[in-house]
Write a protein that binds this ligand. Structure first.
Ligand code: DX5
Ligand code: ZN
Length: 226
């Protein structure tokens, strides 16, 4: 069996905790990040409303780093391809919101974006293991989606471990992203369990020096990945 590829720790700050009146300058504060995580919420799939395609299109035009778009919306099969067309490097749809996840993942890849699928905390990973070759990234939510600043759910660590074992066993090259409550305190546990892409909203944007936080999260995460 081929050994699993060397995993690289990637830090994706979430602009959900940024100043929405000054997005361009807020993007400059995280220019050393691997990507910017953009949370799209429709007040239907989750009980909160953020921004949509016109704003994401504009963020794409001015962002110094690639876009990682996290769609927390219903009817995602209809809308996700438009975010790939807008130039997002990666588009994440929720398994619970997609009627045809394989078709959608293929469509996203055909449009030049990476395809990612997210699981809410109560959604098990096992029914989706056969889909792994269709995906570039699996997002395991470590809070209930909808709001920043919530506490990391340690109860998700076994799910991350099972997903990592399944990915490594299949030989597929799929990253595992965790989103929610990621901080200097929690990143090591998540990385040891098998995550390699880390979304951090409040930990990065509530800091006076976001780039210092990005650097220390990256060091801690990489050390735990090994
Ligand atoms: C929550 C969002 C997250 C959020 C994370 O639904 O998907 O991306 O911004 O924020 P923190 O890092 O503060 O938990
Ligand atoms: Zn998110």
């Amino acid at each position: 069996m081929t050994p699993p590829p060397n995993r690289q720790c990637r830090i994706h700050p979430s602009i959900l905790s940024a100043d929405f009146a000054n997005l361009q300058s807020e993007l400059k504060r995280i220019s050393t990040a691997d990507a910017v995580h953009v949370d799209v919420m429709d007040n239907h799939f989750v009980p909160n409303l953020t921004l949509g395609l016109p704003v994401v299109t504009r963020i794409q035009e001015v962002s110094p780093v690639p876009l990682d778009v996290h769609l927390m919306i219903s009817d995602v099969d209809r809308w996700a391809p438009d975010y790939a067309k807008a130039g997002a490097a990666s588009v994440t749809f929720h398994a619970e919101a997609s009627a045809a996840p394989i078709k959608l993942a293929r469509e996203l890849r055909a449009l030049g974006s990476r395809a990612a699928m997210a699981l809410r905390p109560a959604t098990p990973v096992e029914p989706y293991l056969d889909l792994l070759p269709e995906l570039d990234m699996l997002l395991i939510m470590t809070v209930e989606p909808g709001f920043g600043g919530q506490e990391f759910l340690d109860v998700m660590l076994p799910k991350i471990r099972r997903a990592r074992a399944a990915i490594d066993g299949s030989g597929a090259d799929v990253a595992i992203q965790v989103d929610g409550g990621v901080s200097a305190d929690t990143i090591t546990r998540a990385a040891e369990a098998g995550a390699d892409v880390f979304v951090a909203g409040s930990a990065v944007y509530n800091a006076s020096d976001p780039e210092a936080v990005i650097a220390s999260l990256r060091t801690a995460g990489q050390q735990a990945i090994g």
